[in-house]
Design a protein around this ligand. Sequence first.
Ligand SMILES: CCCCCCCC/C=C\CCCCCCCC(=O)SCCNC(=O)CCNC(=O)[C@H](O)C(C)(C)COP(=O)(O)OP(=O)(O)OC[C@H]1O[C@@H](n2cnc3c(N)ncnc32)[C@H](O)[C@@H]1OP(=O)(O)O
Length: 192
Amino acid sequence: MKIGYMGVTSTFVVPDDLDALTRHPKASQPGEPINLHHTQCHGCGDDAPEGLHIKIFAGDGFTVRARMLVEPRMEGGPGQIHGGILATAFDEVMSHLPLLVGGHCVTAHLQVDFAAGIPVGSTLYFEGRLLGRQRRKLYTEVVAYLADPLVDAGAEAVASGRALFVKIDSARHYAETLANSKAAEQISRRRG
Ligand SMILES: CCCCCCCC/C=C\CCCCCCCC(=O)SCCNC(=O)CCNC(=O)[C@H](O)C(C)(C)COP(=O)(O)OP(=O)(O)OC[C@H]1O[C@@H](n2cnc3c(N)ncnc32)[C@H](O)[C@@H]1OP(=O)(O)O
């Protein structure tokens, strides 16, 4: 798929002098689900009643695959997904890529190109890719399809996104807000 629009890719510029990428020894294997977040996460949490319920799996190398049902509650334009919902889905899918190399990250920059309307009722398939890393910065990309590109070579790409993630010290980053989380206990337990 052509990235950006008419050759313009906004402020997202992947530097030339990237650091080497190494897969984290505990990273999920290709095909395995990635459970990076917690069960109340708006993007991937099974217990978030109004969440997107995106299912995310590790792919080969530095990639992830994901899928999401476009439900009627996600409507924006008549019969189509709301653009902000798709941006949220992109953020969620790409936020799982840094886990392949280890460590927690937050989104610092996110951009989306909407190439075609996406009907309510469809299943969206996502392919995400880690483009590179420089110090704490991780550059990622995602493409959304209306069919699974793994089984349908003609699957239509309908949108793409790019994001810059920055590695954080999660204990410090969430120190003042963790107590407000509906998943506070679960997260504290996981951290031991
Ligand atoms: C006890 C707690 C335990 C918790 C356990 C964890 C459980 C985890 C479970 C689940 C979590 C995941 C859930 C994810 C959900 C999906 C992802 C989201 O939506 S995240 C939310 C939205 N994002 C934010 O809220 C970020 C807000 N921003 C910040 O906090 C800071 O700005 C931050 C961390 C991004 C950077 O701040 P700095 O002070 O640490 O670092 P500086 O030096 O400013 O930046 C580092 C490098 O990045 C570049 N950079 C930063 N922002 C940039 C930007 N917007 N564009 C380009 N470059 C940028 C800088 O130029 C610098 O680059 P150079 O290394 O010097 O080359």
